[in-house]
Write a protein that binds this ligand. Structure first.
Ligand code: XBP
Ligand code: MG
Length: 260
């Protein structure tokens, strides 16, 4: 096996693997409001603002504190129904993977590079995405599925990354040299950076205006051979063309080592 600098990639889910927020989580929250006869709907702009709060239950509580949801709402029960609706949307094929995701996942797997998940979302929502979108074999391929409430503090806290690294048995010191995080949002970037990781950001409509000055590379998406991505920020000046490849990720970690 090649002696690579890149030993592991930790993937965020929402907004990174798939554009799950606007047409997935948001729609599912609204379906749960409807079902419970709660007079509240989150439109696209409102939801964009609420995304600053990581985690679905936390987002509901925040909306309640702002006076938009009644204090009588059972947040846990409502969120459980939202998760069921979200799983249905996934099953119906409404939330495809983002460009380049399947390609890079497969290439990393073929190259025997460890991969894992590090996400805020509920584990059963992640399970649905793996089962119906990625394919069941990914339950075995991912070396860790770090998700949701297994840590006390959600992103931008680094807890979920530290949890994933612990499961991979990689010390934080080694992780800073050999592990790369894939994220889409400022909360995710800050979590990865607080865990000491190299971080590539793939922006989406909700996150394009976030401050990504701490990121190691910012791109519009991961790119495909016939559909190139745009490079939005490349502070380490690595050579990168139309799509993110393993060699690009390797160069990124190597160039960071040379500076660090
Ligand atoms: C994603 C989130 C998630 C989803 C909703 O953040 O904040 O909470 O919006 O998922 P990230 P749940 O991509 O940074 O991990 O309702 O299952 O919590
Ligand atoms: Mg995300």
């Amino acid at each position: 096996m090649k002696n690579r600098q890149l030993k592991a990639v930790l993937w965020d889910v929402d907004g990174t693997l798939a554009d799950t927020e606007c047409d997935g989580h948001r729609v599912a929250f609204n379906m749960a409001f409807d079902e419970a006869k709660i007079a509240r709907q989150w439109d696209e702009d409102t939801y964009g603002k609420l995304l600053a709060v990581a985690g679905g239950k936390e987002r509901l509580c925040h909306d309640m504190q702002d006076g938009n949801l009644s204090d009588n709402v059972d947040v846990i029960a409502l969120h459980a129904r939202k998760t069921v609706f979200y799983q249905q949307l996934i099953k119906e094929g409404k939330l495809p993977l983002r460009p380049g995701v399947r390609r890079l996942l497969n290439d990393l797997h073929t190259a025997d590079i460890t991969q894992g998940i590090s996400t805020t979302t509920t584990i059963s929502a992640l399970d649905a995405l793996i089962k119906y979108v990625l394919g069941e074999e990914w339950f075995d391929i991912f070396a860790t599925l770090a998700a949701g409430d297994i840590v006390p503090f959600k992103k931008p806290a680094p807890d979920i990354y530290f949890h994933a690294l612990q499961e991979l048995k990689i010390s934080p010191e080694l992780a800073s040299k050999h592990v790369l995080a894939m994220e889409d949002s400022a909360n995710g970037l800050h979590a990865a950076k607080a865990a000491g990781l190299c971080c590539v950001v793939t922006v989406n409509d909700y996150t394009a205006n976030h401050d990504f000055s701490a990121a190691d590379l910012v791109v519009s998406n991961l790119g495909e051979p016939n559909s190139p991505m745009q490079i939005l920020s490349n502070p380490h000046n690595i050579i990168v063309t139309d799509m993110i490849t393993i060699n690009n990720l390797e160069s990124l970690l190597t160039s960071m080592q040379n500076v660090g």
